[in-house]
Structure formats: structure tokens, C-alpha cells
Design a protein around this ligand. Structure first.
Ligand SMILES: NC(=O)C1=CN([C@@H]2O[C@H](COP(=O)(O)OP(=O)(O)OC[C@H]3O[C@@H](n4cnc5c(N)ncnc54)[C@H](O)[C@@H]3O)[C@@H](O)[C@H]2O)C=CC1
Ligand SMILES: O=C([O-])CC(=O)C(=O)O
Length: 328
């Protein structure tokens, strides 16, 4: 067996943590041949609950789980970590938009960015799930000048998976038939799920749907507002599906995407497709050998262009807000 990979998870005693840790320890993240060491960060009052979760991890007797360490000091917990999954943040409740969490949650990511900068392994990859995910990732990245920017991603894979599921249901096919789906922009209600560049059984998805009205009035709002619909139904924000998407994103980043397909990842903009540089925005990406590339050369019609520009404009506003708060 190889040396254990050190995986940090913040907010480990929370809802998402309760699904995520067991998936990581069972081998879903890095495969059946890679042992993992978990480094779990929580705020001090949640450490007792976290001890209970660790007891449950012990009771699973996972063959791949080599060690678990917990703590409330990011400088200690992030020491030598190769992967950091930053989940810990307050979730929104009914009636809130994710951006309403900027001030409260943004403050968490500045010290965590610094701690990663000072203590993580040289190869660290950082994925931000805690909302508002794109701008929290920008805060963490901006406070970690020694870590290359492209090692900071934010999660839009849940939106990507939701879009695939809605499309497959509409066309009465399997999710496996849906490829080349893209979420553009912010993980917020302005995100743009793009069916014009997606394929269903190899055919253009928009052509297969053949109904612009359904795309605009049903598909887009259902995907954009799915998080709110889950809060309405469950009384709490999505957790198991968010943990699943977090695993999907990091697994693909480390292990690679399949030939002929891509995934949605919020990554630092390099100006591709006219996105302003210096924001973290969702793009179609392929990955290989632990690195991602933004898929180039896709055609965007005027409808798509306007939606993507609006979502990126929202990210610029969020960046201005956190700049004014002194977080970046
Ligand atoms: N990007 C996405 O697709 C999704 C993002 N989310 C977001 O993920 C975040 C976590 O959601 P849940 O697990 O449901 O929330 P939760 O409230 O159940 O758990 C959050 C945990 O984070 C901990 N925490 C707070 N401050 C911390 C800090 N400074 N360091 C370490 N831990 C800290 C809390 O003590 C709590 O245990 C929320 O911001 C939520 O909105 C949720 C679903 C999807
Ligand atoms: O909607 C929320 O607040 C939680 C979340 O990000 C999602 O489910 O997409």
C-alpha cells in the first residue's frame, strides 16, 4: 500500500461532514488502493460531537483509513495536508440567498487560507464547498500567496449533477447518456446550466429537447433554485448530495475525467470566454495527471452569453463586497 494521503475536512461535525467522511474513508475519493489519513477541523464547541463521529468512523473498521486527527486550530489540522475540503460554514436558511452569507462565512476563509499557505503540503489541492463557495474560494486563495492560484477550486459539481439528472428525466434516458454538461458562473441562482453544448446519446441536447420554452421556463429555474427547493422540503440544506458532489469534484481533479467528456469546476478565471480575470467562476474542465484545463472553443449563442455575463457580473460584485470587508 502507498503512503496515506492526508485529507483535511472542515466543518467535519456538520451535516455534509456526516456523509462526506464515510465516503472518503471507504475509498470513494481516491480509489481502493490509496489509504487516507483524515484531518478534521471544527470550532471548539463542536469538538465533542466530532468525537462521536470519529467513534463511528472507528466502528466502520475501514481498511483504508490509516489515522484520524481532530482539532480546532487550522494551523495544526492543515499541517502537511495534500487535499483540503473546506466545507465548514453556516448554511443558509429559508428566504436567504447564498450571497447573504458573505460576511459571516467569508471571515472563516481568510485565516484558513493563511493556515493552508503556511502548513499544507506543496502539492495541496483545495476545494471550497461552504457558501458562497466561489467567493469564499477567492478569499482563501487571496490569503495563500505561496500556493498556486489554480489549486483553489469551488464546488459547482452539485449543480452539474442536478442538471444532468433533470435532462435525463426530461428525455427519459439515463444520466450516463448525458455528457458535456456545463455549469457556467456562480454557485447561486444566476448560474447558467448550458444545454446548447451538452450531448444526449451523442446528439446535441438542446436539439433533442426541441423546446426553448422548457429550457428557459422549467430547466433553468429548477436547476438554479434546486438548493432552495431542498431547504423548503427538508427544512435543511442539501447534505448527502453536496457530499457526493464534493467527492466527485476532487476525485476527478486527482484521478482525471473520462475521454470525450468534461465536468463543471469553479476555477480562477484566466479570461476564457470573456470572464473577468480574478474571479473564481465555473467552467467546463477536463482533468489529467492532477491538473485541470478549461475546455476551449465552445460556441455560445446570445442567450447563453447574456446569462454567463450576468453570473460573472454577480461574482465581480461579491469580490467588491469582500474587498470592502478587508477579506482579500
Ligand atoms: N457548494 C455547494 O454545492 C453546497 C454548499 N453547501 C454549503 O456547505 C456549508 C456546510 O453545510 P452543512 O454541512 O449543511 O452545514 P452545518 O451547519 O451542518 O455544518 C457546518 C459545520 O461547520 C462548522 N464550522 C463553522 N465555522 C467553522 C470554522 N471556522 N472552522 C471549521 N468548522 C466550522 C460548524 O460548527 C458546523 O459543524 C454551508 O455553507 C452550505 O451552505 C451546502 C450544500 C451544497
Ligand atoms: O442551497 C443551499 O443553500 C445549499 C446549496 O448550496 C445547494 O444545495 O446548492
Amino acid at each position: 500500500m502507498s503512503t496515506p494521503v492526508k485529507v483535511a475536512v472542515t466543518g467535519a461535525a456538520g451535516q455534509i461532514g456526516y456523509s462526506l467522511l464515510f465516503r472518503i474513508a471507504s475509498g470513494s475519493l481516491l480509489g481502493p488502493d490509496t489509504p487516507v489519513e483524515l484531518r478534521l477541523l471544527e470550532i471548539t464547541p463542536a469538538l465533542k460531537a466530532l468525537e462521536g463521529v470519529v467513534m463511528e468512523l472507528d466502528d466502520c473498521a475501514f481498511p483504508l483509513l490509516s489515522a484520524v486527527e481532530i482539532g480546532d486550530d487550522p494551523n495544526a489540522v492543515f499541517d502537511g495536508v495534500n487535499i483540503a475540503l473546506l466545507v465548514g460554514a453556516r448554511p443558509r436558511t429559508k428566504g436567504m440567498e447564498r450571497g447573504d452569507l458573505l460576511e459571516a462565512n467569508g471571515a472563516i476563509f481568510k485565516p484558513q487560507g493563511r493556515a493552508l499557505n503556511d502548513h499544507a503540503a506543496d502539492d495541496v489541492k483545495v476545494l471550497i464547498t461552504g457558501n458562497p463557495a466561489n467567493t469564499n474560494a477567492l478569499i482563501a486563495m487571496s490569503n495563500a500567496p505561496d500556493i498556486p492560484n489554480e489549486r483553489f477550486n469551488a464546488l459547482t459539481r452539485l449543480d452539474h449533477n442536478r442538471a444532468k439528472a433533470q435532462l435525463a428525466a426530461k428525455l427519459g434516458t439515463s444520466v450516463n447518456a448525458v455528457t458535456q454538461m456545463t455549469i457556467w458562473g456562480n454557485h447561486s441562482a444566476t448560474q447558467y446550466p448550458d444545454v446548447f453544448n451538452a450531448l444526449v446519446d451523442g446528439e446535441n441536447a438542446a436539439d433533442a429537447i426541441g423546446d426553448q420554452g422548457w429550457i428557459e421556463s422549467t430547466f433553468l429555474p429548477v436547476v438554479q433554485k434546486r438548493g432552495a427547493a431542498i431547504i423548503e422540503a427538508r427544512g435543511a440544506s442539501s447534505a448527502a448530495s453536496a457530499a457526493n458532489a464534493t467527492v466527485d469534484h476532487m476525485r476527478d481533479w486527482v484521478l482525471g475525467t473520462p475521454e470525450g467528456d468534461w465536468v463543471s469546476m469553479a476555477v480562477p478565471s484566466d479570461g476564457s470566454y470573456g470572464a473577468p480575470e480574478g474571479i473564481i467562476t465555473s467552467y467546463p474542465c477536463t482533468t489529467a495527471a492532477g491538473s485541470y484545463e478549461i475546455v476551449q472553443g465552445l460556441e455560445l449563442n446570445d442567450f447563453s452569453r447574456a446569462k454567463i455575463d450576468a453570473s460573472n457580473a454577480e461574482l465581480v460584485e461579491e469580490r467588491q463586497a469582500v474587498t470592502a470587508l478587508g477579506l482579500i
